[in-house]
Design a protein around this ligand. Structure first.
Ligand code: NAP
Length: 277
């Protein structure tokens, strides 16, 4: 649909942003449903986040995605944040409701939707180890707890961060703990699912954070990295007989949830998935 005076504008702010696959994914989906929307990437430096949100209001945009490194900083410029975004402490989707600029976080819900819809995996009662204690670990951990995970262990290079994130979820009524990755052998061996949320595995030559011999047959190993599609961790887990999956499903479903918030229409998930070779 050609851009015209009524076209609704959404987009993404990040630094950098040129690598983002979201514009392609959303614009294909708008075209497929014949929606008069356009999605634009905006390279916004950290010192300009507040100005960007002001600009978004002034330009009457419908919403924004927010990516690294602005997911936390952006919160101070919003009128409200959703309960999920508040618990996670970060925003990845902004929308307007009743003239208020509201921040939400679809990363954790996107992860769960990818597990259920793409893989048929039910999380209730499972024992899960999360490698990492950054923003995505917090988002995924929060959603896993909401979905009834049985036991949750955060394992991180910086132990204090793993302990702190676990401590913040203690009141949600499940067994949750934090520890160092190097001490995680027994927890990994006993887990139903191991999720890598660190950035280790993106670059060629990145090491394995865990000893692959700790991984058992029939465990689920999920790496939220999607480029490369098969990290060293996934290769090692596959060789051990584990069921493996990468972060593409999470990327698509967090985007699909944002799409639904902005447009009110169910997202054409398969059309969005087909963007990726
Ligand atoms: P973040 O908040 O910066 O957290 C990074 C994590 O990686 C921390 O736990 C950090 O440990 C760990 N780490 C970094 N370098 C390390 C090293 N050399 N050795 C061991 N651990 C190391 O990042 P994030 O926002 O959670 O994102 C993490 C990854 O997830 C990125 O690769 C991102 O692209 C991916 N991601 C994917 C999706 C998706 O839709 N598939 C969505 C969001 C993010 P310390 O605390 O010790 O520094």
């Amino acid at each position: 649909m050609p851009i015209n005076g009524q076209t609704k504008v959404v987009g993404i702010i990040g630094d950098p942003v040129k690598h983002s696959l979201s514009p392609q994914m959303h614009n294909v989906a708008f075209k497929h449903l014949n929606l008069d929307f356009v999605y634009i990437p905006f390279h916004v430096k950290p010192e300009s986040v507040g100005e960007a949100i002001k600009g978004m209001r002034a330009l009457a945009m419908v919403g924004l995605n927010v990516t690294v490194p602005h997911k936390i900083e952006v919160m101070k410029y919003l009128d409200e944040v959703s309960p999920d975004a508040k618990a996670i402490g970060a925003v990845n989707t902004i929308f307007f409701k009743d003239n208020k600029c509201i921040g939400d976080n679809t990363d954790g819900r996107g992860f769960i939707r990818a597990l259920i819809e793409d893989e048929g995996i039910i999380i209730a009662g499972k024992s899960v180890v999360i490698l990492g204690a950054g923003g995505s670990a917090r988002a995924i951990g929060h959603s896993l707890i909401k979905d009834g995970v049985g036991r949750l262990i955060f394992c991180n290079r910086t132990v204090s961060k793993a302990e702190s994130i676990a401590g913040s979820f203690q009141s949600m009524g499940i067994s949750v703990a934090g520890m160092g990755i190097i001490d995680s052998r027994d927890e990994i061996a006993q887990a139903d699912m191991i999720i890598n949320t660190t950035s280790i595995g993106m670059k060629q030559g990145d090491p394995l954070l865990i000893n692959p011999e700790w991984i058992r047959k029939r465990q689920i190993v999920y790496d939220i990295i999607y480029s490369p599609p098969e990290t060293l961790l996934l290769q090692a887990a596959k060789a051990r007989g584990a069921r493996v999956m990468n972060g593409l499903g999470m990327l698509i479903h967090q985007g699909a949830l944002a799409f639904e918030i902005w447009t009110g229409c169910p997202a054409p998930v398969e059309v969005m998935r087909n963007v990726f070779p």
